[in-house]
Design a binder for this molecule. Structure first.
Ligand code: UD1
Ligand code: UDP
Length: 381
């Protein structure tokens, strides 16, 4: 029996972790024991608890309750809490997801006391170190022993950074193993897609019509914190909604909600409030999000996860960032990167809205990435 400590903290990590916990419960419970540590980076019920309830994730064994704070303070508090747990639990490995401060903290805490680091979602790069996430993911990758990349691009990025694709066992932080293994988020989307329609009534509640609304999310720090960018995004969304007679559904991250009144111009705020088709909500549950993704006409987002989910459900996507780590979405024409630029957003919308020949090839595995990862953990730990 191997023992792993899984670190989660931010919304997308809780969702990603569901795939591995499910695989362990269904196929590997005699071989893997999982201890779940919630750092408390996200703590509102609709940013955390809702996912445990809805996705059947075991309740965390530990919660560090770090809450919000500056990068340094938040990460430092997590490092100290995670270290204490690792020393007590003595696991065979730590499992880290993605690129948040919780990921970085887990990587630092574990590598310093020689607990092998397993990084799920390794190798993704935006090539912009201005993004806190880029720093987190690079640092985590470079202390990892097993690196699971969801895409070929991510796998190739690792090779470019010096990882050896032909490394031989036994693996350790100085002789790591890299994999291209598909995406645990795709596992989840496939698994929960069937029930999303019957277990939620968000489409009816909001009186939405299929293919008659845009689903949008905005939470990236540069978009929320820079008023010019936030205004450009809201103005573009509102103009498109009015011109095309489409509703806009915008489940807002608390970071964004808190900055609307301060960072939007009064003119923009009023315009949005006067548009009855512009529906600003709080964060929705995962099943509600899937229902929205499946029924919308098009997605506009600066989220990493939502870009891919749009693709899984064969919806075009406008990426409201200067770049994306998920370059294959753009390469196959299903997504366009526009940054927070009004002209580019409107041009991208016109192109994607009328294109009936978009391609959505299977780029993210076969829905069994988590099972593959479990098998490799058993083989190598
Ligand atoms: C974090 C991740 C980001 C990820 C996002 C997913 C880092 C550096 N960033 O960004 O990569 O895309 O999570 O959602 O780790 N807040 C609440 N309630 C909560 C959580 C946050 O009100 O439950 C508010 C607080 O004002 C907080 C702000 O949101 O200061 C930002 O939260 P934080 O966890 O620091 O970063 P995110 O923007 O959520
Ligand atoms: N999500 C959700 N409710 C919301 C917004 C997003 O359940 O109101 C889900 C979404 O379906 C995806 C994940 O959260 O699975 C993406 O997380 P987020 O956008 O917060 O972070 P990112 O992926 O950019 O790191």
């Amino acid at each position: 029996m191997i023992k792993i400590v899984t670190i989660i903290g931010a919304r997308p990590q809780i969702i990603k972790a569901a795939a591995l916990s499910r695989a362990i419960k269904n196929k590997f419970k005699d071989k893997i024991t999982e201890i779940i540590v919630h750092t408390g980076q996200h703590y509102d019920s609709n940013m955390s608890q809702v996912f445990f309830d809805e996705l059947n994730i075991p309740q965390p064994d530990y919660n560090l309750n770090v809450g919000s704070g500056t990068h340094g303070k938040q990460t430092a508090t997590m490092i100290s809490g995670i270290e204490e747990i690792l020393l007590k639990e003595k696991p065979n490995a730590i499992i880290l997801y993605g690129d948040t401060n919780s990921t970085l903290a887990g990587g630092v805490a574990a590598s310093k006391i020689h607990v092998p680091v397993i990084h799920i979602e390794a190798g993704l790069r935006s090539f912009s170190k201005a993004m806190p996430e880029e720093v987190n993911r690079i640092m985590c990758d470079h202390v990892s022993t097993l690196l699971f990349s969801p895409t070929k691009t991510g796998y190739n990025n690792l090779i470019r950074e010096g990882f050896n694709p032909d490394a031989k066992m036994p693996y350790n932080a100085d002789n790591p193993k890299i994999y291209h293994c598909g995406d645990v988020m795709y596992d989840n989307s496939l698994h929960f897609s069937e029930v999303a329609g019957s277990k939620t009534d968000i489409i009816q509640k909001l009186q939405l019509k299929k293919n008659k609304f845009i689903l949008a999310t905005i939470h990236r720090n540069n978009n929320t914190d820079e008023p010019d960018r936030l205004n450009a995004l809201f103005k573009s969304l509102n103009d498109i909604s009015l011109k095309q007679d489409l509703d806009v559904v915008l489940p807002l991250h608390p970071r964004t909600s808190k900055l609307l009144e301060t960072n939007l111009t009064s003119e923009n705020l009023a315009a949005v409030k006067n548009n009855h088709g512009f529906k600003i909500l709080g964060p929705v549950s995962f099943l509600e999000m899937i229902a929205l993704e499946k029924n919308c006409k098009l997605v506009m987002t600066d989220s990493g996860g939502v870009q891919k989910e749009a693709f899984y459900f064969e919806k075009p996507c406008i990426i409201l960032r200067p770049e994306t780590e998920w370059v294959e979405l753009v390469e196959c024409g299903a997504a366009i990167v526009t940054d927070a630029n009004e002209d580019k957003i409107k041009a991208a919308f016109d192109k994607l809205f009328t294109d009936d020949h978009l391609q959505f090839p299977k780029l993210y595995g076969d829905g069994r990435a988590a099972e593959f990862i479990c098998e490799e953990l058993i083989r190598h730990l």
